[in-house]
Design a protein around this ligand. Sequence first.
Ligand code: COA
Length: 703
Amino acid sequence: MSSDSHVACGQVEDNKVKVQNLQHVFNPRSVAVVGASAEPGKIGYQILNNIVQNGFKGKLYPINKKAREILGVPCFSSLLDVPGDIDFVVIAVPAPLVEGVLQECVKKNTKGTVIITSGFSEIGKTKEEQALKDIADKNNIALLGPNTFGFVYTPAHLNASFGPQNLAAGKIAFVSQSGALAISLMGWTMMEKIGLAAVVSLGNKADIGEKELIEYFNDDPNTSVILIYMEGIKDGRKFMTTQVKKPVVVLKSGSSSRGAQAAASHTGSLAGSDTIYTAAFNQLGMMRARNFTQAFCACSVLCMPMPKGNDAVIITNGGGIGVSATDECEHSGIKLLEDPVWLEEKFRCTMPEFGSTKNPIDVTGGGGCKSYREAVKIALNEARIHAVIVLYCETAVTDPVEVAKAIVEEYNTVKRNKPIVVTMVGGERSRTAIQILNENQIPAMTEVREAVSGLKTLYHWQEISSRPKEKAAVVLPPAQALELIERVRKEGRTYLLEHESREVLEACGVPMPKWGMAVTAEDAVREAETKKMYPVAMKIASVDIIHKSDVGGVILNIKNADEMRAAFARMMENVAKNAPKAKIMGVNLCQMVDGIQCIVGMNKDPQFGPAVMFGMGGIFVEVLKDVTFRVVPFAEQDAVRMIGEIKARKLLDGYRGQGAHKESIVKTLMAVQRIAPYVKEVDINPLFTNKDGSFAADARILL
Ligand code: COA
């Protein structure tokens, strides 16, 4: 397949150089702060103070017109007075001055900048913001913001923000569209001792957005996991080109319609349809979290080594909490090791006689720190066990802090060889124990559910990262299909008639039942006989009739020539009576088909462009909304995954003699995406699927 037979679904900006230049933002040799102030109440002071207090090792230049030094650091009155180049500049001066400062950055060969200043596109000043973007583009400057609180990058001891001073160092890069939220979560992660490599506030995303940061952190050796908080994205098509090499967890707000409205009025961004966002995340191999605690738990677990198999064990001192973890595992599809004889042999020595080795391994409420240490040690050392879930309920006889320390020691002894997650339920001492575990990069939390769902995310990522890399490319539709569409457009019509829709879709590869067109009853009989079409469905073909059933323009299950003639006559009579002015072109004939009713459709999302839908058809579409989407272009493997994503997938796998013909569903989805860029909407409802194939029983295309 030659590359020029592919449809370019809109050109997207390639920011490769900008991504490279983010190196100068996060690991600069020299930093200037324009707007640095000696007044502690000012943002310019706070930023400089954070940089100084965090122990940044490179050159630091506060820029201030009046001061000679601030916080003991000598000042310059302008960027242009600083000797030599400056890698990275923080800009915190009032909005009207920002463009001038950026021009000065160009003269200093600056490769990266963060513009803290507010008062741009978020208040409608898009032209002013575009001017900044233009300068950045022309000079390959990676520009963060404007309207951001800055960022922190712990490996470089660089806190270029006016947020909290300290951050627990770790491997999670947190990229946030909301500045306030990022600031508050910095405090929370510090309290929980969850380590972060970076916190980046995106601000208005004039230049650097989620895509560039994900691609930068992909190759950052200090980052293991990327967490994105998103309200909406500016350019869905650009986002779809994001390369995902490390686990990306997305927390997207605005999933309810009210939430979407609130998000749209925030940061001036549009929150597109949430279903399409879910589709986009799935397609890119990003994982969605429901809330902050779940997101951070998942990220902490994603910093763990990958499991080498599916067998997990639960170690607990409480029966109830053990059962609830077992339930969660079952719901999440996490398999618990089942081999009672082997488990008894290995774990009996860790507990009193009345303990249980049945997985959950219950060392009982009386089981002390020694029991936990022994059980954890065995679980970590036995190669048959691939993941460990430790649960602890605070009791008077065991100190949770001691349990936590024992877990840390045993885990370090085996050199962090497999994933382990810990839940501790209790008071102050349990909280301290959780902090100790987190500080030692062992994910610990108070909720069983979060621990299990974190582990589930790790398995999910393992599955995503093992997927064959398949490039999504759409093959151009055949010329005859495009010509037909053009002809209809020239006639001034906004929709294709059924036979036209069938012709276009069939040419693209949508599997059709036998079908034809007839102008007279005898034509219809001949068509049905030569194509061996019986039983047949007959539908009126007219540009003036959209709702065919309403005018008696649909007759089903015509079994032979006599019935065909009678049906034709009846239909003409019905239509003459109910739609006397309609121009009749004849009738559509289509072989009757049966099977499971599915739906395949395509519509255009304002942010992501064409998106193809698959789901259960008929009444299920309206009642259950059991559908899933992919953004065009998508790979064949994505079409396969779509079938596995709907709730009724078991029915499609085969149930009571019914089952789907998955290859032809995939073929249909791939065919529909071929035509997607050229039309407004496609509707194949129903698409019948049975063991012999799939068949478009109806087809509609809107222009
Ligand atoms: N070169 C060097 N210094 C300059 C300068 C220039 N071109 N222009 C101004 N300055 C100095 C000022 O003299 C002042 O220093 P001083 O305190 O010693 O006098 C300092 O820079 C700051 O300027 P000032 O006019 O006092 O502004 P400010 O501190 O009141 O506000 C911002 C500046 C950027 C903080 C403000 O405009 C702003 O945007 N605030 C909102 C930021 C925000 O919330 N971001 C989003 C977070 S999510």
